[in-house]
Write a protein that binds this ligand. Structure first.
Ligand code: COA
Ligand code: MG
Length: 310
């Protein structure tokens, strides 16, 4: 671990921005048509990809295409789209990673997504490089968990989110790479992947990170996609990685906030706001026990709901 790793120090959780991340669409950085379309789509997040979707021979050109595209669009078109804009770079150990990171520093997206994170050091290295480039803290880091070592180390990777000055906000499960690296067969219901996906969710929750499920490759199979998306919701993910625009609406719905949940959250906030409950740690509401932790959850939910534009 680098000198700057202070992960043994227990400090309060960093305050991370609350954002809806129901639908997270990949867009290959060299596909001009998809780039143009991307900002008009209703996904909460767009990941412009310089990594797996781009052949080695096209990496440099894809980077320049993306740079030119986003230069035209920032800040007005991007701001009005109200999306989080993420750039997935190649890993720093590859021949393209440093140039990708420099380009991201210049563009200043919402976050940089690091592929194939296998230990906390992989993030610390990028975090340190961003500090050296005087990068404002608004540029955040997301991490793909998609290697066998990434799964084995996922709790310690998530724990890095407690380090002062960390930019780590979100995990993205990389199911295609996991399948490739482990030999697990892609199957309906993901019987052998589920354990690992749950490890990712649990570790993210333990340290206050958001967490996004992997992609469903067969984008013409709506039924299979919907089943897997609901499965991801039930597992506790915040949203789903998507590869095609026709997957956005269902993901937004599946990971959306139900009217009844919003109402309940508003009731909890109103109940704790009453003078007689000012010092209460726990109260009863409609016959159910409600604690301060539920108030915290309710406040987050209401904040998130305000950011969702239908
Ligand atoms: N983002 C934005 N627009 C997209 C898109 C995406 N991911 N995928 C497709 N589109 C657009 C197409 O450009 C097309 O636009 P048009 O109406 O202006 O012609 C429209 O949606 C319909 O696309 P379609 O013809 O059904 O698919 P396609 O053959 O153009 O593309 C893929 C299929 C799989 C190549 C494409 O969806 C894709 O590249 N997805 C992302 C892959 C990726 O990034 N993988 C890495 C992470 S796993
Ligand atoms: Mg991958």
């Amino acid at each position: 671990m680098s000198d700057k790793d202070l992960s043994n120090i227990q400090i309060p959780e960093a305050v991370r921005p609350v954002r809806p991340r129901r639908s997270v669409l990949y867009v290959p950085a060299n596909n001009s048509r998809a780039l143009e379309k991307s900002l008009t789509l209703s996904s909460d997040v767009i990941i412009y990809d310089l990594e797996d979707a781009i052949l080695p021979s096209q990496k440099a050109e894809a980077r320049e295409t993306l740079r030119a595209f986003l230069k035209d669009k920032f800040p007005s078109d991007v701001k009005s789209s109200a999306k989080e804009i993420i750039i997935r770079i190649n890993s720093l150990s590859s021949e393209w990673g440093s140039e990708d990171l420099l380009a991201a520093r210049a563009i200043m997206p919402s976050a940089v997504l690091l592929p194939k994170v296998s230990e906390a050091d992989d993030i610390i290295e990028v975090n340190d490089a961003l500090v050296e480039m005087d990068t404002p803290p608004e540029l955040r880091l997301w991490a793909m968990i998609e290697t066998p070592r990434g799964i084995l180390n996922v709790a310690s990777i998530a724990r890095y989110a407690r380090t002062p000055g960390t930019r780590l906000d979100c995990f993205v499960a990389g199911t295609n790479d996991l399948i490739k690296e482990t030999g697990v067969k892609p199957q309906v219901g993901r019987p052998y992947l589920s354990n690992w996906l749950s490890q990712i969710v649990l570790s993210a929750r333990a340290y206050g990170l958001d967490v996004i499920d992997g992609v469903y490759n067969d984008f013409r199979d709506a039924e299979g996609f919907e089943r897997e998306t609901l499965d991801g919701r039930a597992m506790g993910f915040d949203g789903k990685s998507l590869i095609h625009p026709n997957q956005i609406d269902f993901a937004n719905e599946a990971f959306g906030i139900e009217a009844s949940a919003l109402e309940e959250a508003q009731d909890i906030i109103a109940a704790f706001a009453k003078v007689e409950n000012a010092d209460a740690g726990v109260i009863q509401l409609n016959g159910k026990m409600v604690e301060r932790l539920h108030l915290e959850m309710a406040e987050k939910l209401v904040e998130k709901s305000k950011l969702i534009k239908e």
